[in-house]
Ligand binder design. Structure first.
Ligand SMILES: Cc1cc2nc3c(=O)[nH]c(=O)nc-3n(C[C@H](O)[C@H](O)[C@H](O)COP(=O)(O)OP(=O)(O)OC[C@H]3O[C@@H](n4cnc5c(N)ncnc54)[C@H](O)[C@@H]3O)c2cc1C
Length: 422
């Protein structure tokens, strides 16, 4: 009887999930495991506690997976132990004497390092390790170029991908085999979603598909996405797929397939295309992360010269508290702290303000986002921060947003600012 440990990371779903598919197709006994993390985010001089909204969305996503596996007679072993992920996986693999460890091949540096360390441990013990890609629209071998030749900026990347590649069909959910294992994990988060939140969604796969049905099939809001996507107020100016994608409650390919089906069955226009365009931005950052590894998290990013590196605590605290005196920035930072979400327009403005107005080290801003965003994704977060700080792949010295002008343009009546500031 062949047994494997199936390690869920940020892929908290069953369908279109290659490691899950592989495990259930190739092993008699599958032990699904999730390592509950410390709810803190490290930054250069310490750590930030996670925001409550993020914590709740995270717990709900895990709970969906656990409940779903239990319906099929299995379970999710949620490990709440301490120590590094590598030690925890090794201990569990040894405890259950598994033949293999299977998990997602995530693109970011720390996650890659964990796989390498586990490979090393497993190689001397006759335990196989199998890491499978599931996070992106394309597998690495499906890209129309070698990773080393990843285009230097988004537009040539998009053009090549659009011309030479199409996302593969989604994988069906495998048959889950039963498993007897005791695990009594329960969510610990306590947070009520505020009534004015632009992100009033619960975590988990069912909620992801409800959101997709709402945005595409029920309201057809996708057909005006290109015109509304720069909004800041309410749930429907943009898709709000990001948090579900970040935790893997839905895959990028599943969204792509639904957009195509919608285009085929209802209508296709510039807006329906634009959702794919934005998914390609996400895709690009995933491949940048895989290619550049640790550099994504360094102050100088992908550039040789280091930018400004100040950390003035009082200035930073004003930014995090939303008390800088700039209404657009402050309203956005209050929204983030209150709801765990901020629009793309907001993120660009507050990030620019931190880097180009307050002259602070961008990594603190990125770490604050990491601790608070319900949709935190290392590749998208750190990739976007690098871009705004001017140390990404495509450096331009001044990606500075004029927040007064931006407020006049995107919040002319002050409705957004008044929602979040007294
Ligand atoms: C400083 C900064 C930090 C960011 N951090 C994150 C992050 O941690 N996680 C994250 O998912 N996005 C991040 N973004 C990108 C973007 O702001 C969010 O993806 C978007 O606001 C999520 O809302 P939505 O799902 O309604 O987006 P939509 O506008 O509906 O877009 C659809 C999807 O396309 C993708 N997408 C759109 N814009 C971007 C972009 N600029 N970069 C990467 N993917 C994009 C997302 O997966 C999104 O869900 C960041 C942007 C900035 C400027």
């Amino acid at each position: 009887m062949k047994t494997c440990l199936l390690w869920f990371r940020n892929n908290l779903r069953i369908s279109d999930n290659l490691p899950v598919h592989y495990a259930y197709q190739n092993f008699d006994q599958v032990i699904p495991v999730f390592l509950y993390p410390t709810t803190h985010t490290e930054h250069p001089t310490g750590s930030f506690a996670w925001g409550k909204a993020k914590h709740r969305f995270f717990d709900e996503s895990i709970l969906w997976l656990k409940n779903t596996l239990e319906l099929d007679g299995s379970t999710l072993y949620v490990d709440t132990g301490s120590g590094s992920n590598v030690d925890r996986i090794q201990n569990l693999a040894a405890r259950w004497n598994v033949d293999a460890i299977i998990g997602p091949d995530e693109p970011s540096f720390n996650e890659q390092q964990e796989c390498i360390a586990i490979d090393h441990w497993a190689s001397g013990r006759n335990v196989k390790t199998i890491w499978k890609e599931e996070r992106t629209l394309f597998q690495q071998h499906e890209l129309p170029f070698e990773l080393a030749d990843l285009p230097q900026s988004f537009t040539p990347f998009r053009k090549k991908v659009e011309k030479y590649a199409t996302p593969a069909a989604v994988l069906p959910a495998p048959n889950i085999t039963s498993l007897e294992l005791d695990c009594h994990w329960e969510p610990t988060s306590d947070f009520s979603i505020p009534s004015n939140s632009a992100h009033p969604f619960h975590g988990g796969v069912a909620s992801a598909w409800d959101r997709l049905d709402h945005y595409l099939w029920n309201t057809e809001y996708i057909t005006t996405y290109k015109e509304t996507r720069n909004g800041m107020l309410g749930p429907d100016f943009s898709s709000k797929f990001s948090a579900f994608l970040a935790l893997g409650c839905i895959s990028a390919r599943e969204i792509y397939a639904e957009v195509k089906r919608f285009e085929h069955q209802v209508t296709s226009n510039e807006s329906t295309y634009w959702l794919y365009f934005e998914l390609l931005w996400r895709e690009y950052f995933q491949w940048i992360a895989r290619k550049h590894g640790r550099d994504l998290f360094l102050q100088g990013g992908l550039q040789p010269a280091k930018p400004r590196k100040n950390y003035r605590e009082k200035h930073f605290q004003k930014w995090t508290d939303g008390t800088t005196g700039d209404p657009l920035v402050d309203a956005n930072m209050v929204e983030l702290a209150t709801t765990g979400f901020m629009s793309n327009r907001g993120r660009q403005n507050v990030a620019s303000y931190l880097v180009h107005d307050l002259h602070l080290d961008w990594r603190y801003g990125a770490a604050w986002f990491e601790a608070h965003l319900v949709d935190h994704d290392p590749a998208s977060n750190y990739g976007n921060w690098l871009y705004i700080a001017g140390v990404g792949n495509d450096p331009r010295p001044f990606r500075k947003f004029n927040t007064k002008f931006q407020a006049e343009r995107y919040d002319p009546e002050g409705r957004y600012v008044n929602t979040w500031l007294d």
